[in-house]
Design a binder for this molecule. Structure first.
Ligand code: PBG
Length: 327
């Protein structure tokens, strides 16, 4: 009898029963490594639905308090807060105002469940600028890298004062990690950690997020976010951020960039996270609403793939639901 007719090596043995499959699983997903992104809008009393992200809300301070408590009780590892201010200006003043919506929301989240869940904040100017860019502009209308760093330093101190434990630097300015680390250390905030959105690509998959934060952006972010065609550039940004002192690095979006994620996971000396972004969420919801895919299986499979590629933790709008499915 030859192997050609009766194989001697049979990998299917390990797939034969649910118990065996469970035992040989290489990748597990649990609530502890999920981070729930939350949008908090200034001056609203009731949460407002985001049409391009079914099931996701702009929160009021009251509903924020409830959802943070729920996330903590489900064992979710963290929340990432985004502010949606009433008024915007050229320098994004609301970002550094202690009474700006993001800083107020941070205090609320920390007071609700700061011991049980890691409260994190988006450190970027785009939600607060009237031109919608992640930095401030120079006289010619270009994003001014070094002037933006000065704003980030102030924003970092405002967020640390509000109680944020982990600052999510998502602006893709050169030198932003070193600048923010220096500002924090100089102000006696050595304990505040930095999550660098290191390999952040200029992606079409951020589409629904722009509605979620009522973005005023015209044009695009290609002078600062990475070209989707470039894998090596992602790794370079990652290594630079680690050198500058990032405590955690991130790849974003997740599913179209699993190669970049795997590269980073192979060499990073700090945790590597990934962000399953708004468009990734919206695609699953839209296909499921049409009956074209099995929603729960798709949610689990997407998350498992991101973890398998090397993400230690994942930001996901599905975090609450996943936590429910997993427990
Ligand atoms: C910038 C920021 C963006 C996202 C997170 N932080 C938008 C952008 O860079 O255009 C996108 C997140 C998502 O799409 O879910 N503050």
């Amino acid at each position: 009898m030859t192997d050609a007719v009766h194989p001697r090596i049979r990998p299917r043995r390990l797939r034969a029963t649910p118990a065996m499959r469970r035992l040989v699983t290489e990748t597990r997903v649990s609530p502890a490594e999920l981070i729930l992104p939350l949008f908090v809008r200034e001056a609203i009393i009731e949460p407002i639905a985001i049409s391009s992200m079914p099931g996701v809300m702009q929160h009021s301070l009251d509903s924020l308090r409830r959802v943070v408590a729920e996330a903590a009780s489900l064992g979710i590892g963290g929340v990432m807060l985004f502010g949606v201010p009433e008024r915007k200006d050229a320098i994004g003043s609301g970002a550094t105002d202690p009474n700006g919506i993001l800083n107020v929301a941070t205090r609320v989240a920390v007071s609700e469940a700061g011991d049980a869940i890691v409260v994190q904040t988006d450190l970027c100017l785009d939600e607060f600028t009237d031109h919608g860019h992640c930095g401030v502009l120079d006289a010619a209308g270009r994003v001014d890298n070094d002037a933006s760093l000065l704003r980030y330093r102030d924003m970092a101190l405002a967020q640390a004062d509000a109680g944020s434990e982990l600052l999510g630097l998502s602006g893709m300015m050169d030198g932003q990690v070193a600048a923010v680390r220096d500002a924090l250390d100089g102000a006696g905030r050595a304990d505040t950690a930095i999550l660098a959105y290191s390999a952040k690509y200029a992606s079409a998959f951020y589409g629904p997020f722009r509605e979620a934060v009522q973005s005023s952006l015209e044009g695009d972010r290609r002078t600062y976010q990475l070209d989707p065609a470039n894998r090596r550039a992602g790794l370079r940004e990652m290594l630079l951020d680690i050198e500058e002192g990032a405590d955690v690095v991130m790849v974003k979006p997740a599913m179209s960039y699993l190669d970049v994620l795997a590269d980073a996971a192979a060499v990073s000396t700090v945790p590597v996270w990934a962000y399953q972004v708004s468009g990734e969420y919206a695609m699953i919801e839209a296909a499921a609403a049409n009956g074209w895919i099995d929603r729960e299986r798709a949610i689990l499979e997407a998350m498992t793939s991101i973890r398998r590629a090397g993400a230690d933790a994942v930001l996901s709008y599905f975090a609450l639901e996943l936590a429910g499915l997993l427990t």
